[in-house]
Design a protein around this ligand. Sequence first.
Ligand code: AMP
Ligand code: MG
Length: 493
Amino acid sequence: MIDRHESQPAQQNVGWQFDNTYARLPELLIAPAQPIAVRDPKVSILNTRLAEQLGLDFGGQSPDAVARLLSGQTLPEGSEPIAQAYAGHQYAHFTMLGDGRAILLGEHRTPEGRLVDIQFKGSGPTLFSRRGDGRAALGPMLREYVISEAMHALDIPTTRSLAVVTTGEPVYRTAQLPGAVLTRVAASHIRVGTFEYVARSRAEIHLQEFADYTIARHYPELIDIPEKYREFLRAVIDRQASLISKWQLIGFVHGVMNTDNMAISGETIDYGPCAFMNVYDPETVFSSIDHNGRYAYGNQPAIAQWNLARFAESLLPLLADDQQEAIAIATAEIEAFVPRYQHHWLSGMRQKLGLQTVEPEDLDLIQSLLQWMQTTRADFTNTFRDLSEGMPLSACYEDAEFETWRTRWQQRLQREGSSLDAANIRMRKVNPAVIPRNHRVEEALQAAEDHADLSRLERLLDVLSAPFETRDEMAGYREPLPDDGTYRTFCGT
Ligand code: AMP
Ligand code: MG
């Protein structure tokens, strides 16, 4: 290890295996960067289970040494810290961006041979910080930690969170807040916005080189096939169609689906003003700045398609020599997003209802349930879980319309020869008992921020780590606040 403070003894290796492929890409993509020195780093939370999966062992290190490592005071041997350049459409407006408060340490090779980005968020300014301070506050970093780990447990592709370390230094937002650094682990941080950036650099050789790099990293099965770049576009579209369907099926609202926050790997990335929907309502918005509902729950599939159109535009020079032909190819692929998404969503919804066969009426069956939920303001998560846990159902389901629907659903199960019990067992594997309820997340973050009390957060993380089980500890974590309709999230800075 390279220790930047000579008075500290060098620590033994925790198992990092860095191979910095991104740092070897053309210079226009990267800027060297160094995590800043901070006064008093302390581990707030460490994901030992994830560390183990990554082949890392922090067990032999003192708490101070771990805090220094995971705040960038001691750089792992082999890391070559950089900030990544990218662009993006933010609320439909194009801007040049780049990691303004994130630093990529490099890619770590896991014991299974997977290459993952190890990135600090909040570790100080970079060439791309503009007027920002490059810092992050503890609350939003813990928020990303909880939500991303919850998403992972819910079987949704996502970046992961390895640790949050407080810096012992304040950050200044609307108030003075404790500063922190998050260690994020991702398949990569290559975004739609990275391709927009490369495409605008007007050096097509870079575009092809960058596309080849991305294909090798995330879609290696496409390396040697004809029409490789069209297949790449199609594969990215399909992964996004699948990802967004999973968000919709679980009630996740990302909140800021700018093109710089959409990963080519198909992982959910950038947990800012995100939250889970309680009452089923397609217009659900949590972000305090999303006044027009651009990123509302019900708009997410359309926005994903819009973002993918920006991705397709960036790839045009690779799709065909003739521009008109390239546009025709891109358009056909982008149009295919809708049926791909519908397919993933409909099969996911069938699973949520325990259905194993396909009937033409299924869409209508699903839509009538959603309609009922919307008019009666039923909780999205709990309705599906209650249906999965068998009868009797509580008073809120004593409703003629719901009874009619339930009879219809049970007849549908009978037609395919499924018993209700067997269907319920299947349903409990896809309909969570717990999600990160907004008030539970807030109270856990508040305790951590105000009193450095992590016990609530740890309990919450424990409950969220097995969301499909029914456990006694979950009591109190399943219900939304009675009137959570005004809940607002703020951009995670
Ligand atoms: P986000 O909304 O987190 O996706 O961030 C949008 C852009 O703003 C990214 O390029 C970030 O790197 C940058 N950014 C956000 N917060 C800060 C900050 N505190 N300092 C510098 N750059 C920032
Ligand atoms: Mg972002």
